[in-house]
Design a protein around this ligand. Structure first.
Ligand code: F6R
Length: 617
């Protein structure tokens, strides 16, 4: 979704701001803009279209300011257009604002400002913010202050107090031309600490090449950023200190590093991501442990229900987690889409453990679902890939995947890392509860340690998947089948295909086929079967035979010896513990979606209509 960058220092701000916006392109956007202050005047350049278009705008090369804010917009209120792009200014051209999120009460605020003679030029919710700041600067209680810095901060605070909704905001003003004010609520914002220069971004990768020292702004916290200082204030403007966090991500991790696309790079990074996520969380013969959490036997024994709540791919990782927790811990586990959970009055109390999975840690529905469960007395545990992200700050417990930054919109290495981490969490709970035999857990651990090399083996065989993708990339519909944990992979495979290839696809539990969907199977339709569970091979193969006899073209992903051979293509993957099979069987499916998208000539990393981080409902 929208991206924010800010710079204050001694260098020309424009190249740094545009560079940051380019690094945020993966979040998805439709317009871009930039504002700097020069000779006490605000200069704003913006338009719909790609960030690189900014270089074609008249005057971009003449922007000499060393303080600036920038934005990529993903349209919510008003279509993509120059007028609706950010930054937005107030009527007096003294304040410029960029904003991520949604101001829910903007219509009321607009009416109020209009009755005070303010005019509006865009259809956005954001435009009320600079005008409200101006209103309070000139009319509010702070208007009597003689110190312009205090008055500016006071006006921003008064304006923010009026906003309902979610926001990450940067403000610059001709009144205090050497500073940026930043504030957030339910939308991420980080401040990068440099030497004689400081940076702001909605997402760490935007400024990772300039610094690894970050302040993670909290909800309702204000920051005033100059080139030599960063000051933090609470929502009553009392100043406080804040600890800086060193983020150990490698700056190269946010570049393509020789790969054609981020998605391909991230698919190939999975052996490393899995290795790093296992880290030192277990060793053969030793119990699992997490540095960051300690959960007692008493507490786990009191839990009679686990919910896993997430969205999209993260929810599919959660579905695999359900099989693991129920098998190893014998606790009934339900998986829910965050957007459903939050509105269906779920039965949750102090005996419920709610696990939230979010790569970004900023997904609005997932965060809201977490707050709901907390308010009902449940304990909450977050699984995230981003240190200090919003979800990790709300949850009672947090454990991190170590996938490194994931830039491609279609999630790959985050998914496999999430499945690995839930597997470790399930073993950790099972060891505490003594609910699974030592031998089985040791077998699982041994299988897990072998996963990275097995993923490498699959990646070495990618040309076979490319060949199959070439055979079918012009098709309009495809179907994915699986039973048990393979069904969860079918769901994820189908999502991967539709989001980057725009081919309509459906995933079905194989046994459900004859209850309706089989009516869709006709001559030439592509059906992909995932068959990894030794107990379910015969049944799964029978379901595939049903579609073959109706003319379907079939690809089978398997680690089993199959009782028949009349499939068009079989892709063999290495064997592993059945609970871990999603981590291997998804790899050819990610490659399949990737190659189809490439054959169709599509933008793999930035599929249409999608955003990396869905920070609005
Ligand atoms: C699909 C994909 C999305 C995300 C979903 C949740 O490839 O990436 O379905 O999984 O938007 O995002 P996070 O994990 O950041 O909460």
């Amino acid at each position: 979704m929208c991206g924010i960058v800010g710079y204050v220092g001694s260098q020309k701000a424009t190249p740094i701001l545009i560079d940051g916006l380019l690094a945020l392109e993966y979040r998805g956007y439709d317009s871009a803009g930039i504002a700097t202050i020069e000779n006490s005047t605000l200069k704003v350049l913006k338009d719909k279209g790609r960030v690189n278009n900014l270089y074609n705008l008249d005057g971009i090369n003449e922007l000499e300011g060393t303080v600036g804010i920038a934005h990529t917009r993903w349209a919510t209120h008003g279509q993509p257009s120059k007028l609706n792009s950010h930054p937005h200014m107030d009527n007096s051209n003294q304040f410029a604002v960029v904003h991520n999120g949604i101001i829910e009460n903007y219509a009321d605020l607009k009416k109020f400002l209009e009755t005070n003679n303010y005019k509006f030029f865009s259809e956005t919710d954001t435009e009320v913010i600079p005008n409200l700041i101006h209103y309070y600067y000139t009319n509010g209680p702070v208007s009597i202050l003689s110190d312009s810095k205090e008055r500016f901060l006071g006006a921003v605070k008064s304006a923010i107090y009026d906003l309902k909704g979610s926001y990450a905001i940067e403000v610059i003003s001709t009144i205090c031309p050497n500073e940026i004010i930043a504030v957030r609520k339910d939308s991420p914002l980080v401040i990068g600490k440099g030497d004689g220069e400081n940076y702001i971004a909605s997402d760490i990768p935007a400024i990772l090449k300039y610094t690894k020292d970050f302040y993670l702004l909290d909800d309702n916290e204000f920051a005033v950023i100059n080139k030599d200082s960063i000051k933090f204030f609470d929502n009553t403007l009392i100043e406080h200190n804040k600890a800086v966090k060193n983020i150990a991500w490698d700056a190269n991790a946010a570049s393509k590093d020789g790969y054609e696309d981020f998605m391909l790079k991230e698919i190939y990074e999975q052996p490393t991501a899995v290795r790093e996520t296992i880290g030192s969380r277990f060793y053969l013969g030793k119990k699992c442990s997490f540095d960051d959490i300690h959960i007692t036997k008493e507490y786990l024994q009191s839990v009679n229900k686990i919910f896993i709540i997430a969205c999209g791919t993260a929810m599919h990782a959660g579905l695999a987690g359900k099989y693991m927790i129920e098998h190893l811990c014998k606790i009934s586990t339900e998986v829910d889409a965050a957007s459903e959970f939050r509105y269906r009055n779920p039965i949750v109390d102090e005996h419920t453990l709610c696990i939230y999975i979010s790569q970004s840690g900023e997904t609005a529905d997932t965060i809201a679902a977490l707050k709901l469960a907390k308010s009902k007395g449940a304990k909450t545990l977050a699984i995230s890939n981003v240190i200090g992200s919003s979800i990790t700050r709300e949850a009672d417990y947090t454990i991190y995947t170590h996938a490194g930054p994931e830039i491609a919109v279609a999630s790959t290495k985050a998914y496999t890392s999430q499945v690995v981490l839930i597997a470790i969490l399930s073993m950790y709970f099972a060891e505490i509860l003594e609910s699974t035999s030592y031998a089985e857990i040791e077998e699982l651990k041994a299988s897990m340690v072998d996963l990275p090399s097995k993923i490498e083996q699959i990646l070495d065989d990618s040309s076979k998947i490319k060949d199959f993708a070439q055979m079918v990339y012009t098709e309009k519909d495809m179907f994915f089948l699986g039973r048990g944990i393979d069904y969860t992979v079918a769901l994820e495979s189908s999502l991967k295909l539709k989001e980057i290839s725009y081919i309509h696809s459906e995933a079905y539990a194989s046994g459900e086929l004859k209850h309706g969907p089989i009516a869709l199977i006709e001559n030439g339709v592509t059906v992909i079967g995932i068959i990894t569970n030794p107990q379910l091979v015969e049944k799964s193969v029978s379901n595939v035979q049903e579609v073959i006899s109706r003319g379907a073209k079939t690809l089978i992903i398997t680690n089993q010896i199959l009782p028949s051979s009349n499939f068009d293509y079989v892709f063999n993957i290495p064997n592993t513990h059945p609970l871990l099979s999603p981590i291997l069987s998804i790899i050819p499916m990610q490659l399949f979606a990737y190659y189809i998208s490439k054959f169709k000539g599509l933008d793999v990393d930035k599929p249409r209509n999608l955003a990396k981080s869905v920070t609005v409902e």
